[in-house]
Design a protein around this ligand. Structure first.
Ligand code: NAP
Length: 265
């Protein structure tokens, strides 16, 4: 059932805003006639499959009309989004822009800071959200419905945790692409045709992701099971466990979190 609220996306024709809009429209959680999108360029042809969306270039007009406003402009553009949010619920997927920043700039009294990913367009995003003071039970329900229409969504208790997810699950395929590249390079460096290596590793990640999505064992359970089996993979995993792999992943994620914390400053 569609949400009974008018929803506006400032930056709804961008990479992330557009993906979220696609997730909403394809799931039916937002009806096209309840959806407003604003941008500077006036592009209004982004979602030709759905008629009835209202496009505008006036962010304040969107804010005045919509019960829920999603901010999805680049952090550097946030300063240019000069709106008075009035009584609307403000949601944001902007990296590094805090609830305090948004309250100061928009005057909003109900703010939910979120993080999602462009996988929202395929309804495969992992999204998190954190509610500021003043957010009502109905707002929480609306946020969970809007974000879970784009994949899977969880509320987190502390705003600083949003930065961790900005680094970990905001970019898709993000860090997973790095691991896939390492495996592809390994195969190519040992004489496998690059096209075959590419196909093999893509299929490996598709199968692995699908198993994680549909079967109960956690990644840690799988690692333990393979080590206990004591076969070829166990030999590889034990060698990896004794290498600096964990440290490299931790250092990479720390650097990305640090960037997420400072990107809007
Ligand atoms: N892309 C990702 O993978 C990803 C992942 C996690 C979080 N995010 C966050 O999502 C936000 C958007 O990123 P993006 O990658 O989607 O950026 P993007 O592709 O550059 O899109 C930005 C959108 O904002 C519009 N826009 C820019 N300035 C505006 C203004 N002053 N008023 C109204 N509309 C404006 C742009 O349209 P016009 O140019 O026509 O104005 C466009 O629709 C960022 O804050 C980023 O931190 C992105």
């Amino acid at each position: 059932m569609a949400l009974d609220r008018r929803v506006g996306v400032i930056g709804g024709t961008g990479q992330l805003g557009g993906a979220i809009v696609r997730g909403w429209l394809s799931s039916g959680v937002v009806a096209p006639e309840n959806l407003w999108i604003s941008n500077r360029s006036g592009i209004n042809t982004a979602f030709p499959e759905w008629g009835g969306i209202t496009f505008c270039t006036d962010n304040q007009q969107l804010a005045d009309t919509c019960d829920v406003i999603l901010l999805s402009v680049p952090p550097a553009q946030f300063g240019a989004v000069d709106i008075d949010a009035g009584d609307s619920l403000v949601m944001s997927v902007m990296a590094g822009v805090t609830i305090e920043d948004m309250a100061g700039k928009t005057g909003a009294k109900r703010i939910i800071r979120c993080m999602s990913s462009p996988a929202a367009g395929l309804r495969l995003a992992y999204s998190v959200w954190c509610a500021g003071d003043g957010v009502t039970a109905e707002d929480r329900e609306a946020a969970q419905r809007l974000l879970s229409a784009c994949g899977v969504a969880d509320e987190v208790p502390e705003e600083r945790q949003i930065d961790l997810f900005t680094a970990m699950t905001g970019p898709v395929p993000g860090f997973v692409a790095m691991y896939a590249k390492c495996m592809t390079d390994y195969a190519v460096n040992r004489g496998i045709d690059p096209a075959v290596a590419d196909r093999a590793i893509r299929q490996l990640f598709l199968a692995s992701g699908t198993i994680f999505a549909h079967e109960k064992p956690t990644p840690a359970d799988h690692v333990k099971e393979m080590i206990d089996y004591a076969g070829t993979t166990a030999a590889g995993l034990l060698a990896m466990r004794n290498s600096p792999l964990y440290d490299s992943i931790e250092a990479g994620l720390d650097a990305a979190v640090e960037k997420a914390q400072s990107i809007a400053r």
